[in-house]
Design a protein around this ligand. Structure first.
Ligand SMILES: [Fe+2]
Ligand SMILES: [Fe+2]
Length: 114
């Protein structure tokens, strides 16, 4: 349940946070998961892990800088996904769903507040 998963798995305007840097990073995560869905190999997994780590740190830095109240819970959600990538079992469907639901339910809460 939740928000629909784009097919093909590509970022669209319904995912806009209106922070250009964040939106560009989200596009890179969509692309990384798309690529992993095409070829589940160590190069694609490493690239997704790199983009994801970079994006989460950036988002957490923005929230910290504006004293965003839900930083701790948001960071926990990020850490859970990183853990999933670091113990990757090939579940691309999980990654696709996680990113969609995370952006539209958790990330969207900081819009206009960071
Ligand atoms: Fe987030
Ligand atoms: Fe995000």
């Amino acid at each position: 349940m939740g928000f629909p998963i784009p097919d093909p798995y590509v970022w669209d305007h319904s995912f806009r946070t209106f922070y250009n840097a964040v939106d560009d990073e989200h596009k890179s995560l969509f692309n990384g998961i798309f690529q992993l869905g095409q070829h589940d190999n160590t190069d694609n997994l490493a690239e997704l892990r790199r983009c994801t780590g970079k994006h989460f740190l950036n988002e957490q830095r923005l929230m910290l800088g504006s004293q965003y109240p839900d930083l701790a819970a948001h960071t926990k959600a990020h850490d859970d996904f990183i853990h999933h990538l670091d113990h990757w079992k090939g579940d691309v469907a999980y990654a696709k769903d996680w990113l969609v639901q995370h952006i539209k339910t958790i990330d969207f809460k900081y819009r206009g507040r960071i």
